[in-house]
Write a protein that binds this ligand. Structure first.
Ligand code: PLP
Length: 404
């Protein structure tokens, strides 16, 4: 008789965005005359840049000819892409990362949820709270998170590191010592960043206590301030304590195309065992999830034309972020984020929890956002709006909110 993995039953009943989807669908059905503006889900709206489209077309043509056809991709990704990543994302920023430490994949979500499989069952995880829910969820499924405590909306074996306006969304070192520390900067959902000195403190801490930092830099392209690091490998000592996740989703619009990568330095070891060798055996290695065509599109991200076009795309979204940030501020809201990230994190008005504010915005302004409590217990009392809409919709949404 087969058995199920009962850890799955510990997950909260419904994924945050499916609950939002159901509520929005019900409202839209009841009010067909209303035009809803969605500033909730973190998907992009701008089409792929011309340089990427050209690379896709060229790669598709190659697949149609016997001489240039490609089958299974190399396990860790094509050299042309791994070299472009190493040169542009790391060497040019002074980071000591080589192409063979880069593992190409079909996106950061799979990597940052699967990475926990190379770690022992009894590791304690620590997460920023609030944060992208995938880190906790994947550890729940693996049986590492303990039991769900409904009254606290927390798992018993997870170390939550509160990030609120009181600490400028920068977590303090936890009282209990974790083994695996998930850091996400620029942060989803708060939009907060760490300075290089603050990240260096975390690297020193991890090396001191023997923890690994799982650093999610999916929003690195949105960093505008000088003292904010783009990679954890800008910090000294990170090669012995950190793994980094990157995505082409938010910097290049690949949410539907799928491409990302993970950096596992060869110096990261547990005793004699290199984590690089463990990750090389991960699920799906044979295909690494990203087809040749898509890896060629990824290479185009680093071409001079690609870089120029994508700089404009990021600037487009950041113009929206500015509209949201300034508009909400002028309407009297307390607002954070939006400077180094496409997320604006606002405090809900007195007397409204984050779901109540969700309903209020939906019903009065017909604007869809994301309740902060969906990202962790410390997200209660906050609300996320994203800059990924069109400029016109963003301006209209903020005008509507200002009129409330
Ligand atoms: N990491 C963070 C922090 C995210 O917010 C997201 C998507 O919203 C991802 C990773 C997923 O990236 P990808 O599309 O590459 O799977």
């Amino acid at each position: 008789m087969f058995k199920i993995n009962e850890n799955y039953l510990k997950l909260p009943g419904s994924y945050l965005f499916s609950t939002i989807g159901k509520k929005v669908a019900a409202y839209a059905e009841a009010h067909p005359d209303k035009r809803l503006i969605r500033l909730g889900i973190g998907d992009v709206t701008q089409p792929l840049a011309p340089a990427i489209i050209r690379a896709l077309h060229a790669a598709v043509d190659e697949m149609g000819s016997r001489e240039t056809f490609r089958g299974y991709a190399p396990d860790l990704g094509y050299d042309f892409l791994r070299t472009a990543i190493a040169e542009n994302d790391y060497k040019s920023r002074g980071c000591d990362i080589s192409a063979d430490e880069i593992f190409v994949s079909d996106g950061a979500k799979c990597d940052c949820s699967n990475i926990q499989e190379i770690f022992g069952q009894d590791n304690r995880i620590a997460v920023c709270d609030p944060v992208y829910p995938v880190y906790v969820d994947s550890n729940v499924m693996a049986g590492r998170a303990g039991e769900w405590i409904p009254e606290k909306e927390m798992f018993s074996n997870v170390i939550y590191m509160p990030c609120t306006m009181d600490n400028d969304f920068v977590p303090a070192f936890p009282k209990e010592t974790p083994d695996m520390i998930y850091l996400c900067y620029p942060n989803n959902p708060t939009g907060a960043t760490l300075t290089k000195a603050q990240l260096q403190d975390w690297v020193d801490y991890a090396n001191r206590v023997g923890a690994v930092i799982l650093y999610d830099a999916a929003y690195e392209a949105y960093i505008s301030e000088e003292n904010v690091p783009h990679s954890i490998f800008e910090c000294e000592g990170a090669r012995t304590c950190a793994i980094e996740f990157r995505s082409f989703s938010k910097n290049a619009g690949f949410t539907g195309v799928r491409l990302g990568f993970t950096v596992v330095p060869r110096d990261l070891k547990c005793g004699d065992v290199s984590l690089h060798s463990l990750w090389a055996r991960r699920h799906g290695t044979k295909y690494n999830g990203a087809p040749y065509i898509i890896q060629r599109a990824g290479e185009a991200v680093y071409s001079p034309e690609g870089k120029a076009e994508l700089k404009e795309q990021v600037a487009y979204y950041m113009k929206n972020a500015h509209v949201i940030y300034e508009g909400l501020k002028s309407a009297g809201y307390t607002v954070a984020g939006g400077v180094n990230a496409p997320y604006i994190w606002l405090k809900t008005p007195e007397g409204m929890d984050s779901w109540k504010f969700f309903d209020y915005l939906l019903e009065t302004a017909n604007v869809v956002g994301t309740p902060g409590s969906g990202f962790g217990p410390s997200g209660e009392g906050y609300f996320r709006l994203t800059a990924f809409g069109t400029y016109e919709n963003t301006v209209e949404a903020i005008e509507r909110i200002k009129k409330l």
